[in-house]
Design a protein around this ligand. Structure first.
Ligand code: V47
Ligand code: SF4
Length: 395
């Protein structure tokens, strides 16, 4: 039997961990000092119990996923982030791809009639992918398939295209809203500490600019996600600083839906000499993020980055969302050395993954409305072939 948090509390002797546990049990926010202490001294089972307590208070056993695909217009980029295995500098153009408007539309159209609810568009930064290009593209996608949720571009691209077009962030984001973008993904955040950011992602939008663009988007009434790239040269204090800046903005706007920690993968990039952190460190990071970010509804583990079985285990460390079916449409992580060389999961595989750890799979839309609940009443296991058989589903 898994011990309850109260049982764990009664065996604690560390007064700082006791104080944090009491805050969590009474629904109070932890401080930055608490967060740093948890990272440094929290034993992994204890962190899991704390994070799971919060996760189950917020969502019970529900575990969310959606049906999505990605479009990456190009992997050429004017920037040269040291962690990026994906970008090919313009001088290595022969190794990259640059999709035209029509090629991107062909990818979107290849999903016509397929059961997907979201397209996630993000890629490298290049001069020809400017504000006009994206506005035309977004309008074309929305006019072709109005109900497909368009989650597109990060402040890295927005900063670049607005500067080039000489429009303010505020005017630019209004143009983007009018072109049909529904939400903003969480990429480009990396690590907010200015010195580390300069070291690993020099030249692209600053931390303040990243936060400002999200703030403007939230003020327009729209939602976005936030990420943190961890496990490279940063220290725990930098992670807490990152979480602190996100928590403060969320207090003001409430516009973030999901926090997505992204583990640095070290294949074929300028930081390949760094070892990747262990899976225990990944779970520690999910747990501390869940405990610290009391004002974020969801914590997502992105299975193409972490590997599907580790993502499954992360559901015991505060995670309640494992992204979507993805359909082998992203190259960012396979090129960086993830176990998932062709990231695609069928609906059945996703459901089985979640059900096998006794959670309830919930298909959601992009703003977390529940579309289908795959619980015992709606889905049964056929043990002889170890797969699932769908029963008629109630919404
Ligand atoms: O900003 C790039 C990261 C991000 C590597 O909002 C790397 O739902 C690890 O933000 N090792 C882009 N990480 C992807 C992203 C994302 C993914 C899934 C869902 C959502 C969402 C957002 O990928 C970049 C960067 O932080 N990244 N290279 C690497 N070698
Ligand atoms: Fe370009 Fe993004 Fe890669 Fe940085 S992480 S080099 S901005 S594609």
């Amino acid at each position: 039997m898994i011990p309850t948090l109260s049982t764990i509390r009664s065996s604690l002797t560390d007064k700082n961990l006791l104080a944090v546990t009491d805050k969590v049990l009474s629904g109070h926010r932890i401080s930055n000092e608490d967060g740093n202490y948890l990272y440094a001294h929290g034993e992994i089972g204890f962190l899991g119990a704390l994070a799971n307590f919060i996760r189950e208070q917020k969502h019970g056993n529900k575990t969310y996923f959606n049906k999505n695909f990605h479009v990456e217009p190009t992997n050429l980029c004017v920037y040269s982030c040291t962690f990026c295995s994906y970008s090919r500098l313009i001088k290595q153009r022969h190794e990259g791809w640059e999709y035209t408007h029509d090629q991107i539309m062909d990818i979107v159209k290849s999903y016509d009639g397929k059961d997907v609810t979201e397209v996630h568009i993000v890629g490298g930064v290049l001069p020809q992918y400017d504000l006009d290009f994206y506005v035309r593209l977004f309008k074309a996608i929305k006019s072709h398939r109005p109900n497909l949720h368009l989650k597109a571009l990060t402040p890295v691209e927005y900063h670049y295209i607005f500067k080039k077009a000489k429009v303010s962030y505020s005017d630019g984001m209004k143009i983007i809203l009018e072109s049909g973008v529904d939400s903003m993904p969480g990429g480009g955040a990396e690590i907010f500490d200015e010195q580390i950011r300069e070291q690993i992602a020099g030249g692209k939008c600053s931390s303040d600019q990243w936060l400002e663009i999200h703030r403007i988007w939230h003020d327009l009434g729209k939602k976005s996600n936030a990420t943190m790239l961890y496990g490279h040269v940063e220290q725990y204090q930098h992670r807490i600083d990152h979480l602190d800046r996100l928590r403060k903005l969320q207090d003001e706007t409430g516009g973030f839906q999901t926090f997505i920690p992204l583990k640095f993968r070290n294949k074929d990039n300028q930081m390949s000499h760094l070892a990747e952190v262990s899976i225990i460190e990944d779970f520690r990071n999910y747990a501390v993020s869940r405990i610290y970010l009391d004002n974020f509804d969801h914590i997502k583990s992105y299975w193409p980055m972490l590997g599907r079985h580790n993502a499954q285990l992360s559901l015991a460390f505060g995670v309640d969302d494992i992204d979507g079916t993805i359909d082998d449409t992203t190259k960012i992580y396979s090129m960086a050395g993830s176990e998932e060389q062709n990231p695609a999961m069928s609906l059945n595989q996703l459901i089985k993954l979640i059900r096998d750890v006794n959670r309830i799979p919930i298909e959601r839309d992009s703003i977390y409305n529940e579309i289908k609940v795959y619980d015992e009443q709606n889905y049964t296991i056929l043990p002889e072939i170890n797969t699932y058989k769908a029963l008629p589903v109630v919404s």
